[in-house]
Write a protein that binds this ligand. Structure first.
Ligand code: GLC
Ligand code: GLC
Length: 798
């Protein structure tokens, strides 16, 4: 089977050895508010804070050829022009390697006795990309050659940049000073920011006008100036500003030289924007250039970045007999959780960075993957999210990262949303013990003067469900629950409207959700435990009410939500069953099996075991568990978007990886180690054998893998930004490895087959550090370790 690369565990890197990967395999750089996407051929772009409004580099999405635009280095050696990352020229290289590491990417190319090693990273403390280009003459003779670099500026708003040409082709402006090319489009008016591309040595020529550099009818693979070995020294006025400096270099045999490029972003206070009429204030850019002027400075900044990631990833490590498990847990799953937390669902090679804000439910779930790493930021996120809630507990479905205000772009009224705030907050408190967050004042809809405590927000969230029950005493689904595509009140026949935002016919609707019911019971139990804790000491009457509401919901599920062999999925607008043997298609769904088994509804009566058996029997396939079966074969307006997808994709019987961990956790709670472990291995990319089939990165989870009804089952899509990251983290760290944060300590309760043997877990928890040796003997059980600061070394047998 063809392989495109391999893991380098010691360096926490993935090494790509063939540049023609089946899809661009990307990495992210940035830890604060400046972020970059970089593919294995240096494609991608960067932005500051908001991928739509503060886009720095231009990128061509979903284009032909794939992945065009990036930070390109061209080497012209005699008549040969090549790039260290293979693209865009695609000149065959003598050697190619791409190492994606924690917050950096390193590309090495070699051709005709010249080696180029380019390290890209976003340092801590500055808003820039640093590119260290090291060139070595590996031949036995002297070499004279030219190096060009190239980036294309986006005119800031990534969406108007692609549509408003009548304006944009006249607005581009640049300035040049010393070794730095400045991009100052729109700075003359309302913007207080500009970008620059500079280097620590004088250039021998440059271009800032794309047409002069490339030639109007050439692609990135054939720049006119590179062909000529020249530069136009062009000054962009309107059209398409770029930055393309040139260097004429000579190297003796064995000799090396190093150039340091900085691609930076600057914001100036209004009153300090200009130093002379129309001349921008370059002091902050000069400061940044000076910070990365020498190889020693770059080495130190790179060391600081490494230390940042080492510090984080040292908080939870495992050492077992299964390398795929170790590298997923120790490196890639946690890394992906951090990236997903930073990006939400905004910018990837499947999300344009233009369309989506921060989702209410998505962002709450993302917390589960990072709260043990960056609890301070998790805390802030919770307060930001809660501030977008309405007084009745309902929520904007998303909010904008720049303003932190809710927006209605994909509608509201998703009735699972409020419960995710309970999930996020409880997850946070269990990890940190910070009960104080419950007393923080938080407004509604960001309106000053409306503040109530976060605890009140949680109570209102809980009540939003009990205030919105349907005819069977089950939660009304509203616009949709977690499954955005099960649109039971939408009835859309107009192809020009979105399923998400269409006016709903909810008046008189009987549409109820068993997924929300399970979520309510699971979160309700945890909520009751939190309320009763001495640090919260809520009114006992209220705690009792919560308990009663949970018990009533469990009853309703047992009475009206059980189909005989599995949990129903929903009732539709008319009150008819969905996810029942009575249906012809869509008989069994995953979400209700996952949530109702995690909530242990009807466990005593054997319902959980039956539901899990049915999941294995009907939904599991070679590559994971599909969302529903049989897939819908035609459009059903009463179900909406789910039936719009061809069979086997996305929410219509795709393996929607996000929900597989729900079943894994449900299996573990039922003590079914073999099943839990098998489900986990199927969706975890480190275990995938066929990289060509999987197509997307083998080091991160993807949102969806094509299901058994698809044309190519096992083909992955939508990698990186997905709730799968946080949920698989929760599944593997808590359910499988068994390290479960509780309000007052850690509960150790592994659920893995005995063949996994003995493993070691190093876990930092608040001010404590645990060194656990866990021996699996097959007898099971659990052990509670009360929290106390300091180091504890324990050997435990299960
Ligand atoms: C997407 C959305 C998420 C939704 C899921 C299922 O991943 O980001 O909010 O729950 O799809 O439809
Ligand atoms: C749908 C997608 C779903 C996503 C939703 C909201 O088209 O299938 O996964 O959550 O849009 O963007």
């Amino acid at each position: 089977m063809k392989s495109f690369g391999h893991f380098d565990d010691a360096h926490r890197e993935y090494v790509i050895t063939d540049p023609a990967t089946p899809w661009p395999w990307i990495n992210y750089m940035g830890t604060e508010d400046f972020f970059s996407l970089i593919s294995n051929t240096a494609g991608g772009y960067c932005f500051c804070k908001d991928a739509k409004f503060r886009r720095i580099l231009r990128y061509r999405y979903n284009g032909v050829p794939m992945d065009d635009g990036g930070r390109y280095y061209y080497i012209k050696d005699g008549d040969t022009v090549w790039n260290p990352g293979w693209k865009p020229c695609k000149t065959p290289l003598d050697f190619y390697e791409c190492r994606h590491g924690m917050g950096y990417t390193r590309l090495t190319g070699e051709k005709g006795g010249l080696k180029a090693d380019v390290l890209f990273f976003v340092p801590i403390g500055h808003r820039c990309e640093v590119h260290r280009v090291k060139l070595t003459n590996t031949s036995a003779s002297k070499k004279s050659f030219q190096l060009y670099s190239f980036v294309e500026w986006c005119l800031w708003n990534a969406s108007t940049d692609m549509e408003n040409f009548q304006r944009n082709l006249s607005t581009g402006q640049v300035e040049i000073e010393g070794n730095v090319l400045y991009h100052k489009t729109e700075y003359r008016e309302r913007r207080d920011h500009y970008a620059f591309f500079g280097v620590n040595r004088a250039f021998d020529g440059f271009d800032t006008d794309r047409e002069t550099f490339l030639g109007l009818y050439n692609g990135f693979d054939a720049p006119e100036q590179v062909r000529l070995g020249a530069s136009g020294n062009s000054l962009a006025h309107g059209w398409s500003p770029v930055a393309a400096p040139r260097f004429d270099l000579k190297l003796a045999p064995g000799e090396s030289t190093e150039l340091i490029f900085v691609l930076g972003y600057v914001e100036n206070p209004q009153e300090e924007k200009f130093v002379a009429p129309a001349v921008i204030n370059k002091a902050p850019a000069r400061e940044m250039m000076a910070a990365y002027a020498t190889p020693e400075q770059v080495e130190a900044a790179f060391g600081e970045l490494k230390a940042f990631w080492d510090g984080l990833l040292d908080r939870f490590t495992v050492e077992s007999s299964v390398p795929e498990l170790d590298r997923t847990v120790n490196v890639w799953n946690q890394y992906q959780c951090m990236i997903t937390f930073f990006m939400s669902r905004s910018a990837s090679y499947f999300e344009s960075g233009i369309g989506r804000g921060m989702g209410f439910r998505d962002s709450n779930q993302d917390l589960a993957g990072i709260v043990h790493l960056i609890p301070g930021r998790a805390r802030q996120r919770i307060l930001d999210i809660a501030a977008t809630q309405f007084p009745d507990g309902g929520c904007y479905h998303q909010y904008q990262p720049l303003t932190k205000r809710g927006n209605n772009d994909i509608g509201g009224g998703f009735n699972d949303d409020p419960l995710w705030l309970l999930f996020g907050t409880i997850t946070y408190i269990r990890e940190t013990g910070d009960f104080g967050i419950l007393q923080e004042p938080v407004p509604f809809d960001n309106q000053p003067g409306t503040e109530v405590s976060l605890l009140e927000h949680l109570k209102i969230s809980f009540r939003h469900v009990t205030d919105n029950l349907g005819p069977h005493g089950l939660p009304l689904i509203g616009r949709a629950d977690w499954n955005d595509c099960l649109n039971l009140n939408c009835f859309s026949w107009n192809p020009d409207e979105s399923f998400q935002t269409t006016e709903n016919k909810s008046e008189g609707s009987k549409a109820e959700s068993l997924m929300i019911a399970g979520l309510f019971v699971a979160e309700g139990k945890d909520f009751a435990e939190l309320l009763a804790h001495p640090a919260v000491a809520a009114d006992p009457d209220y705690v009792a009410q919560v308990g009663e509401a949970v018990a009533a919901m469990e009853e309703a599920v047992k009475r009206h939500g059980w189909d005989g062999e599995w949990f129903l999925r929903a009732y539709d607008y008319y009150g008819r069953k969905i996810g029942s043997r009575e249906n012809e298609e869509g008989k069994v769904f995953i979400e209700s099996q996952g949530w109702c088994t995690m909530a242990r509804i009807g466990a005593k009566e054997g319902l959980c075991d039956q539901a899990l058996d049915a999941t294995v029997k009907y939904l599991e396939c070679e590559h994971g568990i599909v969302l529903n079966t049989p897939a819908y074969t035609r459009y059903l307006p009463e179900y909406g978007e789910i039936s719009s997808y061809p069979q086997g994709y996305k929410e219509n019987a795709g393996i929607f990886c996000h929900n597989n961990p729900w079943v894994i956790i449900g299996e573990a709670m039922a003590g079914r180690a073999e099943d839990a472990w098998r489900h986990y291995r199927k969706i975890t990319p480190a275990f995938t054998k066929d990289q060509a089939l999987r197509k997307v990165e083998p080091y991160v989870f993807c949102q969806m893998v094509a299901g058994k009804d698809a044309v190519r089952p096992g083909e992955g899509k939508n990698s990186w930004l997905t709730g799968t990251a946080a949920w698989t983290w929760k599944a593997v760290s808590e359910a499988l490895l068994g390290i479960k944060p509780q309000l007052d300590g850690l509960l150790v309760e592994p659920c893995l087959p005995a063949e996994v043997g003995t493993y070691k877990v190093h876990r930092r928890f608040r001010e404590a550090e645990y060194e656990l040796t866990i021996r699996l003997t097959g007898k099971g059980g659990s052990r509670f370790i009360p929290y106390r600061p300091g180091r504890q070394v324990l050997e435990l047998e299960f």
